[in-house]
Design a protein around this ligand. Structure first.
Ligand code: ZN
Length: 305
């Protein structure tokens, strides 16, 4: 009996392999530089794509190390989805080394999602990179602002359609369905945040400015002296004083920050530090785009109440 069903299964498999048209087209192999973009590319690509990320959400994207495993993923890629604004500049090195003409800068499989994004915190004076400032082109951490998802996913649709024009309609339909779902979530998120609108928070590294602005919160200070430049004792003294004066309740931290330091500062200021979903996969339960945003909304609404 068991053997019979195995044979039957095998026969079915062989039939499906040899009936013309029965075989699914191979999926597009897409590599995203960060997990947020993996999640959004999956939403747009559906089952037409297979997406891999070069980094994990618990990492500092500014300082990702180029590894042979990255080159291996890139060598086989039909497309690469990158953040831009300098956040994933290291991907250039890995892509050069991968020797894959599809995805070199200017190649049809190179998809940059910062196109048409209104960049915040653009420096008004020349930033001296030698001093270690990591946001010379403005703030690159916009991927988890749900209000920018329409722009970002449009860039992904356009990019994937360059590689597979026959699937443009399907990509556009997937995007529409995803944005409809996101819009429903957005209505809930706005309602949840309503009571804490206008509240001030302190952040370790300025990762949340797009998100905070979207939901009517204010970034009062950063623990870092400047983006990428570690906190100095004098700066922290000032931050603690301001936090006390303004009764700021929360310090928002990324998993890779010095959480102990943030806790100490928070304690002195009479506040609390919260490790946030600074990216998809940064904390437990934030394993896709909507879940990560939901985590941050829930955490902030409780913290600032
Ligand atoms: Zn940064």
């Amino acid at each position: 009996m068991e053997r019979l069903s195995v044979f039957a299964g095998l026969a079915l498999l062989l039939t499906s392999l040899f009936v013309p048209g029965a075989q699914a087209a191979p999926k597009l192999k897409v590599v995203a530089t960060i997990p947020d973009l993996k999640s959004l590319t999956e939403a747009v690509g559906g089952d037409l794509v297979e997406v891999d990320s070069l980094t994990r959400g618990t990492q500092n994207f500014h300082e990702a190390e180029v590894r042979p495993s990255m080159m291996l993923k890139l060598r086989r890629a039909d497309a690469v989805v990158e953040n831009g604004l300098g956040l994933d500049a290291w991907a250039d090195v890995a892509i050069e080394a991968s020797n894959n003409a599809n995805i070199i800068r200017g190649g049809r499989g190179r998809i940059e999602i910062s196109r048409n994004v209104e960049v915040l915190e653009v420096p008004t004076t020349r930033v001296d990179r030698s001093m270690g400032d990591v946001h010379p082109q403005g703030n690159p951490h916009f991927s988890l602002d749900p209000g920018l998802a329409p722009v970002i996913t449009q860039n992904i649709v356009d990019g994937l359609a360059r590689v597979a024009p026959e699937n443009r309609v399907a990509f556009a339909a997937n995007r529409k369905a995803f944005l409809a779902r996101l819009e429903q979530e957005m209505a809930k998120w706005m309602k949840t945040m309503e009571p804490v609108r206008g509240a001030k928070v302190v952040v370790f590294h300025p990762v949340y400015i797009y998100f905070l602005t979207r939901f009517g919160l204010v970034q009062a200070a950063t623990l870092e002296d400047r983006p990428g430049i570690p906190p100095s004792p004098q700066h922290l003294v000032n931050v603690i004083r301001d936090m006390k004066e303004e009764k700021i309740k929360a310090i928002l931290v990324e998993p890779w920050n010095d959480v102990k330091l943030a806790n100490r500062v928070a304690e002195e200021a009479g506040a609390k530090a919260y490790v946030m979903a600074s990216a998809v996969g940064a904390v437990k339960g934030a394993d896709n785009y909507i879940a990560a945003i939901d985590y941050n909304i829930t955490t902030l609404a409780k913290a600032l109440r």
